[in-house]
Design a protein around this ligand. Sequence first.
Ligand code: PEP
Ligand code: MG
Length: 847
Amino acid sequence: MQKHADFVEFVELTPSAEVRVARHGWRAKCLQRLIRLDLPVPRVVALPCESVRAIVAGQMPDTRAIAARFGPDFLVSVRSSPENPEWGGPGTVLNVGMNDATHAKLVESHGREAADALYLRFVQNYATHVARLDPDMFHDEPGPEALARALAAYEAEMDEPFPQDAARQLAEVLRSMARAWEGTTARLLRQAKGAPPEAVLGLVVQEMALGIGPGLSGSGTMQFVDAVTGQPKITGRFRGQSQGRRASVETLYLTRDPRGASLEEAAPELFEELRHYGAACRRKLREEMQLEFAVEGGRVSIIDAVRVARSSRASVKIAVALAEDGVISREDALLRVEPRALSELLHYQVDPRAPRDRLARGIAASPGAATGKIVFTAAAAQASAARDEPCILVRRETAPEDIRGMHASVAVLTERGGMTSHAAVIARGLGLPCIVGCSDIQISSRDRQLRAPDGRIFREGEVITVDGTNGEVLVGVAEMLEPALDDGFRTLLRWADNVRDIGIRANADTPDDARTARMFEAEGIGLARTEHMFFDEDRLTLMREMIFADTANDRRIALERLLPMQRADFMTLFDIMAGSPVCIRLFDPPLHEFLPHDREGMRELAEALDRPLSEVTRRCEALSEFNPMLGMRGVRLGVTVPEIYDMQARAIFEATIEASRRGAPVVPEVMIPLVSAAREVEIVKTRIDAVAAAVKTEMKAEFTYRLGVMVETPRAALRAGEIAEHAHFLSFGTNDLTQMTYGLSRDDAGRFMNTYVNQGVYAEDPFHILDVEGVGELLLIGAGRGRGARQDLTISVCGEHGGNPESIAFCRAAGFDYVSCSPFRVPVARLAAAHFALLAPRGRSAP
Ligand code: PEP
Ligand code: MG
């Protein structure tokens, strides 16, 4: 290997030494910072990554020169120092330099037992990690003969005595650590943690602080926050005489503790000193650090400091506390919390430390975890809820008639479906943990049982846990962590709102959804799907009467009875949202979804409508379609059966006047689904304008409203220019738009999505992560043509992608006004949007 002119094999860490993270690694840099803070750090020499690379290539640094830095009683540790601590690296080797001479000196100063124990541990480590000998041969407990046996075993295996030359020991340790970094497993492990293939390693050689000796001696760790909650709390351990003298080994609590002796009581000044160092690190390193320290005869050394490992909730708490104490800026605090981690705070989670008995794995469709008894039908779920028994609805897939069963359940599991299947969308809206596409299980609703891939059978009433965060179905009860919507969480999100530059609304259909949206401080409702409002028992019958009406007049009569119910629905939404925008989507699904699917249901319907069964059967058959998702739904119903939209528009406007009279003024947004032609909008708009005019006259009141179009067919995106002439806003329904762009059923894609993603056909599930190349291009075309025709056009996304950080980045860069997502995804979206605003200020970003 060629040396550069400025090649320096190693550098001693002093306050002014030139040390860089990219060259010497995070640990070397961190140790230098501790030295600059005047902390008592034992002498350190850092080897830059070029030296470590050179070692792998067979060119050793001058280990004698390194050893010389540490004086005659050379005893050091060697630790890895990659650029990022997450990337791991070979384990630390302690007590390098230990030989017969040092041992003899230690016997003098610290006693034979301590000296033997130190030497033995080093021989064991060296033999197994450096000389790569069989660990079983060195697996000896400390004792009077153990050291001699280990030295003899080494000599027998290696055909030479244990190396006595400290510089040679150091060279071998450096070589073995440098090579370990290049190993395939190490490489794969760090790449899984985000390390680039070319990631390099630095090494640090540090004088040993033994932590043994007369007086108070030992070693330990100390941190100043709780790793799970993030609350201020001193935790860690201190082991007295920890490197030897087994008889006197004693573990002390750090702080006063009724269970036993503590460092705080045994050595209050030393304890204070450590606390002081901790505070200095927090202030100057701008982070909560865990200190590793040693004490020799009452004197403290700080050996190392690492960032405290933390849970998601602790990361929020710590970031906010650091900013509130003026240690970091609010912007830094925002950037220190990974947006996706917030969703863990909103729900119960299976405690990661608890054991798991996995029954099956599927697509993690809605986060959080819940435990309950298995039920196989919506009716059983409702019965279970009535008995106050938490239940989990297990279905092959769910349909609109299951919604009440879903409401009654604590979690949902389906055999089929993908990220935007019915079960997934509704569960996310309800904040219910949900797993879909769990194709390894077999459900037999008839036998009321579920068969796991390993053959175990689970019957109705047996308890399982759905971990919707990881997509795992677990057997029985699991230990849980509670949600954490505390002050820190709210404060962080308020800061996020101050910097983000794209709006975040929520998709909310029910009063509960709307309240959740408010709780998470969404800026309004971006999509209220109205069809779910018609599945209640009393409304369903009226809907069916309306569907079966023979004349427009009969239909109007049925709809008139639905009107007050629908008006009440909207009034509640307007009241809850207190003047924030509410975007109501007119009726979307095919009508046959409201009809019974089996003979029994049809018989009941015939009875309720007082019509012959044959007629009911015939009408139901007549309404069924080969491709209902591409059939008579959305605006197509609005054009062909206009009375439904008339009723809905009237309900919206009457509720607007009512709600505005008693609260904040409401400007409703009315959205037309599944548009593919401008003429559809024109036709519907004319009727809605007429209804608005009629309501104004009848109620002697004024209001304004905004009419918008849901762009969810490719044609609507392509023709957005002419469509925008009739609309105040366009909202991209990326669920249907993805379905139609790919020609891929959103309800069936789960069956093969895994195979497709695994084989790299799709980089990601496009129903989960917006396909920026295909669907994204349609969004850009639609937005560009829409704005071209109408500058003040509001543009948004209301498909499930709206809650996904990558999709938010795309929409923001494309200049969209807002995204709308399930209420429980709003916090993640708010923080993600803030990240993008901080990392790529507008104007510099591009889609
Ligand atoms: C969509 O298609 O993206 C959408 C939001 O509507 P829905 O999911 O109700 O079809
Ligand atoms: Mg849609």
